[in-house]
Design a protein around this ligand. Structure first.
Ligand code: MG
Length: 372
Protein backbone atom coordinates (compact mmCIF):
# COMPACT_ATOMS: atom_id res chain seq x y z
CA UNK A 1 0.00 0.00 0.00
CA UNK A 2 1.24 3.50 -0.81
CA UNK A 3 0.30 6.98 0.33
CA UNK A 4 -1.01 8.94 -2.68
CA UNK A 5 -2.36 12.16 -1.18
CA UNK A 6 -2.22 14.07 2.11
CA UNK A 7 -4.82 16.78 2.79
CA UNK A 8 -4.55 19.22 5.68
CA UNK A 9 -7.66 20.83 7.20
CA UNK A 10 -7.97 23.57 9.81
CA UNK A 11 -10.96 23.66 12.14
CA UNK A 12 -11.91 25.73 15.19
CA UNK A 13 -13.31 23.94 18.23
CA UNK A 14 -15.45 26.45 20.22
CA UNK A 15 -16.09 25.62 23.87
CA UNK A 16 -19.60 24.93 25.18
CA UNK A 17 -18.87 26.80 28.40
CA UNK A 18 -17.60 29.85 26.48
CA UNK A 19 -14.03 29.47 27.61
CA UNK A 20 -11.46 27.05 29.00
CA UNK A 21 -9.01 28.43 31.53
CA UNK A 22 -5.97 27.06 33.30
CA UNK A 23 -3.04 28.63 35.10
CA UNK A 24 -2.88 32.14 33.56
CA UNK A 25 -4.35 31.16 30.16
CA UNK A 26 -7.88 31.26 28.75
CA UNK A 27 -9.32 30.41 25.32
CA UNK A 28 -12.80 30.54 23.75
CA UNK A 29 -11.88 27.99 21.05
CA UNK A 30 -8.95 25.77 20.07
CA UNK A 31 -7.42 25.62 16.61
CA UNK A 32 -7.21 21.99 15.49
CA UNK A 33 -5.65 20.33 12.45
CA UNK A 34 -7.07 17.28 10.70
CA UNK A 35 -5.01 15.23 8.25
CA UNK A 36 -6.60 12.94 5.68
CA UNK A 37 -4.28 10.41 4.06
CA UNK A 38 -5.36 8.64 0.87
CA UNK A 39 -3.79 5.46 -0.50
CA UNK A 40 -3.53 3.59 -3.78
CA UNK A 41 -5.80 0.84 -2.37
CA UNK A 42 -8.69 3.21 -1.76
CA UNK A 43 -8.34 3.16 2.03
CA UNK A 44 -8.34 6.58 3.68
CA UNK A 45 -7.08 7.40 7.16
CA UNK A 46 -7.73 10.40 9.38
CA UNK A 47 -5.64 11.93 12.16
CA UNK A 48 -5.85 15.04 14.33
CA UNK A 49 -3.50 17.13 16.41
CA UNK A 50 -4.56 20.14 18.46
CA UNK A 51 -2.11 22.12 20.57
CA UNK A 52 -3.80 23.76 23.56
CA UNK A 53 -3.11 27.25 22.27
CA UNK A 54 0.39 28.43 21.35
CA UNK A 55 1.95 28.52 24.83
CA UNK A 56 0.83 25.35 26.60
CA UNK A 57 3.65 23.31 25.07
CA UNK A 58 6.31 24.22 22.50
CA UNK A 59 3.66 23.69 19.81
CA UNK A 60 1.28 25.92 17.86
CA UNK A 61 -1.44 25.32 15.31
CA UNK A 62 0.03 27.18 12.33
CA UNK A 63 3.38 25.46 12.90
CA UNK A 64 1.62 22.12 12.92
CA UNK A 65 0.13 22.68 9.48
CA UNK A 66 3.37 24.08 8.09
CA UNK A 67 5.26 21.11 9.50
CA UNK A 68 2.94 18.57 7.91
CA UNK A 69 3.14 20.37 4.55
CA UNK A 70 6.94 20.31 4.87
CA UNK A 71 7.25 16.53 5.36
CA UNK A 72 4.25 15.38 3.31
CA UNK A 73 5.90 15.32 -0.16
CA UNK A 74 8.47 12.84 1.14
CA UNK A 75 5.77 10.61 2.64
CA UNK A 76 4.05 10.08 -0.72
CA UNK A 77 4.76 6.57 -1.95
CA UNK A 78 5.51 5.28 1.57
CA UNK A 79 3.55 2.36 3.07
CA UNK A 80 1.28 3.85 5.77
CA UNK A 81 0.85 0.46 7.47
CA UNK A 82 4.60 0.27 8.20
CA UNK A 83 4.24 2.44 11.28
CA UNK A 84 7.82 2.26 12.54
CA UNK A 85 9.19 3.06 9.08
CA UNK A 86 6.82 6.01 8.72
CA UNK A 87 7.95 7.37 12.09
CA UNK A 88 11.60 6.79 11.26
CA UNK A 89 11.13 8.66 7.98
CA UNK A 90 9.37 11.56 9.70
CA UNK A 91 12.26 11.84 12.17
CA UNK A 92 14.70 11.98 9.25
CA UNK A 93 12.66 14.72 7.61
CA UNK A 94 11.99 16.90 10.66
CA UNK A 95 13.83 17.05 13.97
CA UNK A 96 11.55 17.31 16.99
CA UNK A 97 8.04 18.75 16.55
CA UNK A 98 6.27 15.62 17.80
CA UNK A 99 2.85 17.33 17.62
CA UNK A 100 3.31 17.63 13.83
CA UNK A 101 4.07 13.94 13.38
CA UNK A 102 1.24 12.84 15.69
CA UNK A 103 -1.56 13.63 13.22
CA UNK A 104 0.19 11.69 10.43
CA UNK A 105 0.96 8.72 12.68
CA UNK A 106 -2.66 8.65 13.89
CA UNK A 107 -4.00 8.61 10.32
CA UNK A 108 -1.65 5.72 9.50
CA UNK A 109 -2.99 3.70 12.46
CA UNK A 110 -6.49 4.38 11.14
CA UNK A 111 -5.42 3.00 7.75
CA UNK A 112 -3.79 -0.07 9.33
CA UNK A 113 -7.00 -0.77 11.24
CA UNK A 114 -9.19 -0.42 8.16
CA UNK A 115 -6.81 -2.56 6.08
CA UNK A 116 -6.91 -5.36 8.66
CA UNK A 117 -10.58 -4.90 9.61
CA UNK A 118 -9.68 -4.36 13.25
CA UNK A 119 -10.19 -1.51 15.70
CA UNK A 120 -6.99 0.28 16.73
CA UNK A 121 -7.29 -0.93 20.33
CA UNK A 122 -6.95 -4.52 19.05
CA UNK A 123 -3.75 -3.54 17.22
CA UNK A 124 -2.38 -1.74 20.29
CA UNK A 125 -2.37 -4.96 22.30
CA UNK A 126 -6.00 -5.88 22.81
CA UNK A 127 -8.98 -4.43 24.63
CA UNK A 128 -8.46 -4.51 28.39
CA UNK A 129 -11.30 -2.11 29.17
CA UNK A 130 -14.79 -1.97 27.64
CA UNK A 131 -15.09 1.60 28.88
CA UNK A 132 -12.53 3.89 30.43
CA UNK A 133 -12.83 6.26 33.36
CA UNK A 134 -13.09 9.93 32.43
CA UNK A 135 -12.29 13.01 34.41
CA UNK A 136 -14.14 16.28 33.93
CA UNK A 137 -12.13 19.48 33.91
CA UNK A 138 -13.25 22.20 36.29
CA UNK A 139 -11.93 25.22 34.43
CA UNK A 140 -10.18 27.85 36.56
CA UNK A 141 -12.68 30.50 37.66
CA UNK A 142 -13.97 32.13 40.82
CA UNK A 143 -14.08 29.43 43.51
CA UNK A 144 -17.88 29.75 43.82
CA UNK A 145 -18.32 29.23 40.06
CA UNK A 146 -16.06 26.20 40.20
CA UNK A 147 -18.23 24.71 42.96
CA UNK A 148 -21.30 25.32 40.80
CA UNK A 149 -19.68 23.58 37.84
CA UNK A 150 -18.67 20.65 40.05
CA UNK A 151 -22.35 20.13 40.91
CA UNK A 152 -23.31 20.07 37.22
CA UNK A 153 -20.64 17.47 36.44
CA UNK A 154 -21.57 15.32 39.44
CA UNK A 155 -25.14 15.28 38.11
CA UNK A 156 -23.81 13.92 34.80
CA UNK A 157 -22.22 10.96 36.59
CA UNK A 158 -18.61 12.13 36.83
CA UNK A 159 -16.69 11.33 40.01
CA UNK A 160 -13.14 12.31 39.01
CA UNK A 161 -12.36 15.98 38.52
CA UNK A 162 -9.35 17.85 37.26
CA UNK A 163 -9.47 21.19 39.02
CA UNK A 164 -7.48 23.87 37.20
CA UNK A 165 -5.32 25.97 39.50
CA UNK A 166 -1.88 27.50 39.00
CA UNK A 167 -2.88 31.16 39.35
CA UNK A 168 -2.68 33.27 42.52
CA UNK A 169 -1.52 30.98 45.38
CA UNK A 170 -3.98 32.20 48.00
CA UNK A 171 -6.94 32.08 45.63
CA UNK A 172 -5.80 28.61 44.66
CA UNK A 173 -5.85 27.49 48.30
CA UNK A 174 -9.42 28.82 48.50
CA UNK A 175 -10.27 26.84 45.33
CA UNK A 176 -8.98 23.66 46.99
CA UNK A 177 -10.98 24.34 50.16
CA UNK A 178 -14.28 25.22 48.48
CA UNK A 179 -14.23 22.49 45.84
CA UNK A 180 -13.05 19.79 48.27
CA UNK A 181 -15.87 20.71 50.67
CA UNK A 182 -18.43 20.24 47.88
CA UNK A 183 -17.11 16.84 46.81
CA UNK A 184 -18.60 13.57 48.03
CA UNK A 185 -16.42 11.06 49.90
CA UNK A 186 -14.61 8.81 47.45
CA UNK A 187 -14.68 11.27 44.54
CA UNK A 188 -11.24 12.12 43.18
CA UNK A 189 -9.61 15.56 42.93
CA UNK A 190 -6.68 16.05 40.58
CA UNK A 191 -5.42 19.61 41.09
CA UNK A 192 -3.57 20.61 37.95
CA UNK A 193 -1.41 23.74 38.21
CA UNK A 194 -0.19 23.36 34.61
CA UNK A 195 3.30 24.68 35.56
CA UNK A 196 1.75 27.85 37.00
CA UNK A 197 3.26 27.96 40.51
CA UNK A 198 6.70 29.12 41.57
CA UNK A 199 8.46 26.53 43.67
CA UNK A 200 8.13 28.38 47.00
CA UNK A 201 4.42 28.98 46.43
CA UNK A 202 3.87 25.36 45.43
CA UNK A 203 5.55 24.10 48.62
CA UNK A 204 3.30 26.38 50.67
CA UNK A 205 0.14 25.41 48.79
CA UNK A 206 0.61 21.64 49.01
CA UNK A 207 1.29 21.98 52.71
CA UNK A 208 -1.84 24.10 53.22
CA UNK A 209 -4.19 21.68 51.39
CA UNK A 210 -2.87 18.26 52.35
CA UNK A 211 -5.31 17.91 55.28
CA UNK A 212 -8.33 18.32 52.98
CA UNK A 213 -7.91 14.78 51.68
CA UNK A 214 -8.55 13.22 55.09
CA UNK A 215 -11.08 15.86 56.15
CA UNK A 216 -13.32 15.24 53.12
CA UNK A 217 -12.34 11.61 52.47
CA UNK A 218 -11.23 12.34 48.92
CA UNK A 219 -7.96 11.38 47.26
CA UNK A 220 -6.17 14.60 46.19
CA UNK A 221 -3.50 14.47 43.50
CA UNK A 222 -1.15 17.32 42.62
CA UNK A 223 -0.38 17.67 38.90
CA UNK A 224 2.61 19.49 37.37
CA UNK A 225 2.99 22.21 39.99
CA UNK A 226 5.89 24.06 38.33
CA UNK A 227 7.53 24.50 34.94
CA UNK A 228 10.68 22.42 35.22
CA UNK A 229 11.28 18.83 36.22
CA UNK A 230 13.70 20.01 38.93
CA UNK A 231 11.17 22.36 40.53
CA UNK A 232 8.49 19.64 40.47
CA UNK A 233 10.92 17.21 42.09
CA UNK A 234 11.62 19.72 44.89
CA UNK A 235 7.87 20.16 45.48
CA UNK A 236 7.40 16.40 45.44
CA UNK A 237 9.97 16.07 48.21
CA UNK A 238 7.83 18.39 50.38
CA UNK A 239 4.49 16.88 49.42
CA UNK A 240 2.67 13.96 51.01
CA UNK A 241 -0.01 13.92 48.29
CA UNK A 242 0.46 11.73 45.19
CA UNK A 243 2.14 13.57 42.31
CA UNK A 244 1.31 13.49 38.58
CA UNK A 245 3.84 14.87 36.11
CA UNK A 246 2.52 16.03 32.76
CA UNK A 247 4.11 18.87 30.76
CA UNK A 248 7.70 17.92 31.65
CA UNK A 249 7.18 14.23 30.73
CA UNK A 250 8.05 14.71 27.08
CA UNK A 251 10.51 11.90 26.35
CA UNK A 252 11.49 8.38 27.38
CA UNK A 253 14.67 9.85 28.88
CA UNK A 254 12.81 12.11 31.31
CA UNK A 255 10.39 9.30 32.17
CA UNK A 256 13.32 7.10 33.16
CA UNK A 257 14.87 9.95 35.13
CA UNK A 258 11.59 10.49 36.95
CA UNK A 259 11.39 6.80 37.71
CA UNK A 260 14.93 6.74 39.14
CA UNK A 261 14.30 9.90 41.20
CA UNK A 262 10.84 8.73 42.32
CA UNK A 263 9.70 12.14 41.09
CA UNK A 264 6.09 11.08 40.47
CA UNK A 265 3.48 8.45 41.17
CA UNK A 266 1.70 8.87 37.84
CA UNK A 267 2.32 10.54 34.52
CA UNK A 268 -0.03 12.20 32.11
CA UNK A 269 0.61 10.58 28.73
CA UNK A 270 -0.40 12.85 25.86
CA UNK A 271 -0.41 11.36 22.38
CA UNK A 272 0.80 14.39 20.43
CA UNK A 273 3.50 15.31 22.94
CA UNK A 274 5.07 11.93 22.22
CA UNK A 275 4.65 12.17 18.43
CA UNK A 276 1.62 9.93 17.92
CA UNK A 277 0.17 6.58 18.90
CA UNK A 278 3.33 4.66 17.94
CA UNK A 279 5.53 6.53 20.41
CA UNK A 280 2.78 6.89 23.02
CA UNK A 281 2.40 3.12 22.98
CA UNK A 282 6.13 2.73 23.73
CA UNK A 283 5.78 5.00 26.77
CA UNK A 284 2.53 3.28 27.81
CA UNK A 285 4.17 -0.14 27.73
CA UNK A 286 7.31 1.03 29.53
CA UNK A 287 5.20 2.67 32.25
CA UNK A 288 3.54 -0.68 32.88
CA UNK A 289 6.92 -2.37 33.17
CA UNK A 290 8.03 0.30 35.65
CA UNK A 291 4.81 0.28 37.67
CA UNK A 292 3.78 3.82 36.73
CA UNK A 293 0.06 4.55 36.38
CA UNK A 294 -1.14 6.89 33.63
CA UNK A 295 -3.65 9.50 32.71
CA UNK A 296 -4.04 8.87 28.97
CA UNK A 297 -5.06 11.77 26.75
CA UNK A 298 -3.85 14.26 24.18
CA UNK A 299 -3.17 17.98 24.47
CA UNK A 300 -6.66 18.60 23.01
CA UNK A 301 -8.78 17.69 19.98
CA UNK A 302 -12.19 16.76 18.62
CA UNK A 303 -13.75 13.36 17.86
CA UNK A 304 -10.69 12.08 15.97
CA UNK A 305 -8.02 12.72 18.61
CA UNK A 306 -10.45 11.60 21.31
CA UNK A 307 -11.03 8.31 19.45
CA UNK A 308 -7.27 7.75 19.47
CA UNK A 309 -7.27 8.40 23.23
CA UNK A 310 -10.09 5.89 23.73
CA UNK A 311 -8.28 3.19 21.72
CA UNK A 312 -5.01 3.70 23.59
CA UNK A 313 -6.75 3.79 26.98
CA UNK A 314 -8.98 0.78 26.26
CA UNK A 315 -5.88 -1.25 25.35
CA UNK A 316 -4.31 -0.39 28.72
CA UNK A 317 -5.01 -2.51 31.84
CA UNK A 318 -7.41 -0.81 34.25
CA UNK A 319 -4.96 -0.82 37.14
CA UNK A 320 -2.46 1.19 35.06
CA UNK A 321 -5.09 3.63 33.79
CA UNK A 322 -6.01 6.52 36.07
CA UNK A 323 -8.27 8.59 33.83
CA UNK A 324 -8.79 10.02 30.36
CA UNK A 325 -10.59 12.96 28.82
CA UNK A 326 -13.35 13.11 26.23
CA UNK A 327 -12.42 16.40 24.59
CA UNK A 328 -15.16 16.23 21.97
CA UNK A 329 -17.65 16.48 24.83
CA UNK A 330 -16.47 20.07 25.50
CA UNK A 331 -17.25 21.54 22.04
CA UNK A 332 -20.20 23.10 20.24
CA UNK A 333 -19.23 21.47 16.93
CA UNK A 334 -18.54 17.87 15.91
CA UNK A 335 -15.82 17.31 13.32
CA UNK A 336 -16.42 13.57 12.81
CA UNK A 337 -19.13 10.93 13.14
CA UNK A 338 -18.42 7.94 15.35
CA UNK A 339 -16.57 9.68 18.18
CA UNK A 340 -16.27 7.84 21.51
CA UNK A 341 -19.50 7.28 23.38
CA UNK A 342 -19.60 9.14 26.70
CA UNK A 343 -21.79 7.71 29.47
CA UNK A 344 -21.79 8.16 33.24
CA UNK A 345 -18.24 9.49 33.45
CA UNK A 346 -16.80 6.88 31.08
CA UNK A 347 -16.15 6.56 27.35
CA UNK A 348 -15.67 3.81 24.79
CA UNK A 349 -14.79 3.59 21.14
CA UNK A 350 -17.37 2.19 18.72
CA UNK A 351 -15.23 -0.90 17.89
CA UNK A 352 -15.33 -0.19 14.15
CA UNK A 353 -12.13 -0.85 12.15
CA UNK A 354 -9.39 1.75 12.55
CA UNK A 355 -10.26 4.71 14.76
CA UNK A 356 -13.95 4.24 13.87
CA UNK A 357 -14.51 7.90 12.96
CA UNK A 358 -15.66 9.54 9.72
CA UNK A 359 -14.79 13.20 9.24
CA UNK A 360 -17.70 15.57 8.55
CA UNK A 361 -16.42 17.33 5.45
CA UNK A 362 -18.96 20.16 5.65
CA UNK A 363 -17.47 21.12 9.00
CA UNK A 364 -13.84 20.64 7.94
CA UNK A 365 -14.37 22.67 4.77
CA UNK A 366 -11.81 22.92 1.99
CA UNK A 367 -8.30 21.76 2.83
CA UNK A 368 -5.70 24.45 3.51
CA UNK A 369 -3.15 22.34 1.65
CA UNK A 370 -3.19 19.20 -0.52
CA UNK A 371 0.01 17.30 -1.23
CA UNK A 372 -0.08 14.67 -3.94
MG1 MG B 1 -2.12 18.35 33.08
Amino acid sequence: MKITRISIHQVDLPLKEGSYSWSTQSFAAFDSTVVIIETDEGITGVGESCPLGPSYLAAYAEGLRTGIAKIAPDLLGQDPTALDKINHRMDQLLKGHPYVKSAVDMACWDILGKATGRPVHALLGGKFQDRVKLFKVISRDDPAVMVERLGEYQALGFDQFQMKVGEDPDRDITRFQKVAAAMAPGEVMDADANTGWRQHDAVRIVDAVKGLAAEHQIPIYIEQPCLTYEECLAVRQHCSLPMILDECMDSLAVLLRGYQDRAMDLINLKINRMGGLTRARQVRDLCQSLGIVMTIEDSWGGEIATAAIAHLAQSTPKDFHFQSSAFHDYHTVAIAEGGPIVEQGTMRSNDQPGLGVTPIMDVLGDPVAVIG
